[in-house]
Design a protein around this ligand. Sequence first.
Ligand code: UDP
Length: 411
Amino acid sequence: MTILITGGAGFIGGHTVLAFLDRGEIPIVLDDLSTGNRAAVPSGVPFFVGDVGDAELVLRLVQNHRIDAILHFAAKIVVPESVADPLNYYHNNTVKTHTLLQAAVRGNVKHFVFSSTAAVYGNPSFTPVSETAAPAPLSPYGRSKLMSEYMLVDARAAYNLRYVTLRYFNVAGADPAGRLGQSTPGATHLIKVALETALRRRSYMSIYGSDYPTPDGTCVRDYVHVSDLARAHLAALDHLRDGGESRTLNCGYGRGYSVREVVDAVRRVARVDFEIRQAPRRAGDPASIVANSDQLMKLGWKPELNDLPKMIEHAHNWEKKLTAGASGIGIHQRGHSVSVHRTMPSRTSRLHVQAGPATARTKVLRIHRVDRTKEKLDWIAIQLSGKFSIGPGMFSFALGVHLSKSNGTAA
Ligand code: UDP
């Protein structure tokens, strides 16, 4: 019997694939690569590029591979994006989950582990919040997930499909052994954004809202290490395999950090200062949300990486790898020359290197043609600044890089 992991090329799905491999189980992966990265999944793991909304494909996979358990990660997960484009979120997260569930029932799948979110709680009246709190999501993202939770409850009652719904709090960190991390281009999550700023891939970052009813006025979140979260999926599946009943469980550590505390921790771990700008509140953000995860622990889950600086350090190591060009965009400096490249298997595009005002004396020696993935960003801007020693004097430079679309319309 085999496990199907949807979204296994993504951040959390990818770490869960590793957790299964670490204990000697080989799942199969279905991912449409809209945000996932093929390279996240080790060779040796059967990989299918496709959409969980493709009913025929999913049923074929379930039947041909004798799937007895589905772990469903594939989803859109950005709260403000869901506010701007709710119907896309309901389609991706709710309609496609319905299609997947239908295939699971038709294919006689026994177990289903579902990636849900703390966003289903909205602004809970008690914190830490436990699973018995009434859901009241503030965003289409939260609602798109809550509707899928309801489908699972009803499917359990009607068909022979048992489930565990895991409500993730704020997922961060990276594989401690450095095999994987968050690679999605244009990621919006706090620790990723702060680390990109620390590594000068952004010139500044914004803090959204400083007038929340929290100790320092910024939002409070419960950050959980992605590798601990991956192991929560193993515990959930083991529970179902042992005949356990369907459950809905929080995944967090029960300790909240404010946005400012996280940013300060990133500064300390990365040992750099960077510019913070105060920005207005972001739509759909609850003030404070911290997990009571007692129920998950009763299932046998033991947090092993419950340490914010450690989590940031693992993510920082991964970001440095991305910067160094393991994947993503690489910037290399040798003497007084700088080269910029991106290595990813996809279509070709041009790389434009623009000198900023302080760079009049900086000569970019090589402009590579590069590959680009199909991410939907029009461009990615990188800024690099520092001081070079040239002859007897010093001067500083700043370099802006635009990775433009390959359709020839970009400047
Ligand atoms: N946040 C911020 N600046 C950023 C990204 C996030 O101030 O560049 C804040 C965001 O408004 C929220 C918290 O950090 O209060 C966590 O946001 P994130 O997007 O990481 O996760 P979410 O809680 O929305 O799932």
